[in-house]
Design a protein around this ligand. Structure first.
Ligand SMILES: [Ca+2]
Length: 421
């Protein structure tokens, strides 16, 4: 348990005396004083939100009922507490590989189920596509990924999660806004018992944060109520409207798997390096399975994605790739959802399988990211994940030092970095 939480808590936007007291209260809790001291501080923090809740149209009775007896849930991930500052959500000891996350057995199982649901909900899905431009299989893939088509029981009370994240999470301001929106949902008549969520506070069959609920959720089955929990038409149409709102290009694909020409420079695989797909093909990239692209598809701008560096499958990613990424900021999430959407319609896996190559530990990738930052090759987060920008920076390092170029965090690169220290 680390006393170092205190400066962080103060720096990260606690703006008034009550909140400062709340932060000290939490510190006391972390110093293992009896729980009721922290409860008081947490309650004081929650009470400090009342003026904003009132402004948002929440009644005193709703507000009081929502926070009565509420305690923070310090077991949640992504909290800046207890000697784990900056701990990423559910961070595994080893870097998660695409093969781990886009697990073939999960994809295959969900695709079979998705295909059945596609027939069962065909008319609704076609109508959603007509209105919002998002293909049925993409919406089914999101539903499958988010809640296993409704089979996954969300473990948390959303109010408690949002309140905890607003109080002591790494993104306090964002979650304070979400908590206020969740109070509005209660005020609007949504029962507390329905508001079950993930550790990040998302609710319903397709996982909406409260602010997104207000922006995008729709009544699509025409019963006069918006129900993203039990109505499949409402949940899928809401997800469709959300993707449309984030810029989904009607009818376009999420990505194109391609064979890359031999000897490419893998450092070009980053979002800033964009060409029309037709240009990529002129440079020797070939659509997997000999797929033919329409003139319209060839005109789309796309960047190159190499999720496993020089290993595994490669993709050209047009705008819709980044629209799904905006929905959940993770390339592996987009690969999962995108590939599942394809597999619902076509049983073929990626033409080039994931590599079986072993992974480094998260802290080893963090060490690499720090070295790359010191050398001016990397400017993004130190998060121990081998994301696009980390892979490109590793490639730049390999080029600078005459190492084999694969844009992938291997033991060889790490050893080279340590030797040059
Ligand atoms: Ca409805």
């Amino acid at each position: 348990m680390g006393i170092s939480v205190m400066p962080n808590a103060l720096r990260n936007g606690f703006g008034n005396a009550a909140a400062v007291l709340a932060a000290w209260g939490l510190l006391l809790l972390l110093a293992a004083t009896p729980g009721h001291a922290a409860d008081t501080a947490f309650q004081q923090y929650l009470q400090s939100l009342w003026p904003q809740a009132q402004q948002a149209g929440v009644s005193r009775a709703t507000f009081d009922a929502a926070i009565r007896g509420l305690e923070p849930d310090l077991s949640l991930p992504d909290l800046a507490v207890s000697g784990r500052p900056g701990r990423a959500p559910q961070q595994p000891e080893f870097v998660q590989t695409p093969a781990d996350y886009v697990r073939e057995s999960s994809i295959a199982r969900l695709a079979v189920r998705g295909k059945k649901l596609l027939s069962a909900h065909r008319a609704t899905l076609n109508e959603i596509e007509r209105q919002f431009g998002v293909q049925p299989a993409v919406l089914l893939a999101i539903w499958g990924r988010e809640t296993d088509f409704g089979g996954y029981k969300l473990p948390h009370d959303a109010i408690r999660v949002l309140a905890t994240q607003a109080y002591v999470g790494r993104r306090k301001d964002m979650f304070r806004g979400e908590l206020l929106a969740a109070f509005r949902m209660l005020q609007g008549g949504i029962p507390r018992a329905k508001m079950r969520s993930s550790w990040g506070g998302a609710m319903g069959l397709t996982q909406f944060l409260p602010s997104e609920f207000y922006k995008y959720a729709v009544d699509f089955d025409g019963d006069g109520k918006i129900d993203i929990w039990n109505s499949i038409p409402d949940a899928l149409a809401s997800a469709g409207k959300q993707l449309a709102g984030k810029g989904w290009e009607r009818g376009e694909r999420w990505a194109y798997e391609v064979r890359v020409p031999p000897g490419i420079d893998c450092t070009i695989a980053q979002p800033a390096h964009v060409m029309p797909i037709g240009e990529w093909l002129k440079h020797g990239y070939v659509p997997a399975y000999g797929r033919r692209l329409s003139p319209n598809e060839l005109k789309q701008d796309a960047s190159l994605l190499l999720p496993e560096g020089a290993y595994g499958p490669a993709f050209l990613t047009p705008k819709n790739y980044y629209v799904i990424k905006d929905y959940n900021f993770s390339d592996l999430y987009v690969l999962f959802v995108g590939h599942l959407s394809d597999r619902i319609l076509d049983a073929r896996p990626f033409e080039k399988p994931w590599s079986k190559s072993t992974q480094l530990r998260t802290e080893q990738v963090e060490t690499m990211q720090r070295t790359l930052t010191e050398r001016g090759l990397y400017k993004d987060k130190i998060d121990g994940k081998a994301g696009m920008l980390t892979r490109a920076a590793l490639g730049a390092y390999q080029k600078a030092h005459g190492l084999a170029l694969d844009c992938w965090p291997t033991a060889a690169v790490l050893a080279d970095m340590q030797r040059r220290k």
